[in-house]
Ligand binder design. Sequence first.
Ligand SMILES: NC(=O)c1ccc[n+]([C@@H]2O[C@H](COP(=O)([O-])OP(=O)(O)OC[C@H]3O[C@@H](n4cnc5c(N)ncnc54)[C@H](O)[C@@H]3O)[C@@H](O)[C@H]2O)c1
Length: 253
Amino acid sequence: MLEGKKAIVTGAGSGLGQSISVRLAAYGATVIGTDVNEDGQAETKALAGGAFEALHHDVTKTQDWDAVFGAAFQEGICDILVNNAGIADMTTIPDMSLEQFRKSCAVNLLGPFAGTKAFIERVRAAAGGQPAQASIINITSVAVKKTFPIYTAYGPSKAALGNLTKALAVEMGRKGDFIRVNAIAPGPIRTPMTEGVDPTPWEERDHRMLQLIPLKRYGEKNDIAEAAAFLASERSKFMTGYTVPVDGGWSDI
Ligand SMILES: NC(=O)c1ccc[n+]([C@@H]2O[C@H](COP(=O)([O-])OP(=O)(O)OC[C@H]3O[C@@H](n4cnc5c(N)ncnc54)[C@H](O)[C@@H]3O)[C@@H](O)[C@H]2O)c1
């Protein structure tokens, strides 16, 4: 499905980013996985095999993005960017400082914006005057539509990324290129992020929220990875500006 394609996946050293990297590589893509988590990156490389290159990258740093694109476009075009890296600071308003709020926006929104802007410039330059082709996928969250008290910074940063997805899709379409921009909004999935936001061991938590999800289960990391592979591929070539919910039917009900 992705033979001959090259992809950048941010936050590739853990959870969903790791699964997306492994899946894209399994479908034939060469994957440049980026993360600040080097141990996790080594794990992803072991799972994805030779088609995976790990780069140290903080999405909030412009110079890090430059280095990633330098590597990704060194030998021709890079077709796919998955803005997956994210943080979930589940602090309620009384305890949240402006600095914490800024940090959530820096990683979840401003980093993807900076990377996407530079990616589009590179893709266009590599196309050499021909219509450029690429697929950009932003990982947002069910928090775009469902609101809990702890989503003070996480929800707004992800909602803004969802809206940016639409803005970019419209602008890219008007330019006459085939640069598609879509998002995936995952429902709850067990990863280091969701395990880390609550000190209670996973097995001992109150899991009654599952009753609210029509499919009555947590998602699997691969559910998101398959959706990402579809949006990255030509099979979704007439889709742009969408946020695809992968959440067991939860967010619209
Ligand atoms: N797991 C879920 O239930 C769930 C649900 C909805 C949305 N999401 C979103 O999916 C994405 C992946 O989440 P996950 O559950 O795999 O989390 P995770 O914590 O397991 O993985 C996130 C990765 O992002 C990396 N990262 C964090 N800040 C970074 C930075 N500044 N620069 C580069 N890398 C950075 C981390 O090192 C980590 O490897 C996130 O954007 C998250 O908000 C997850």
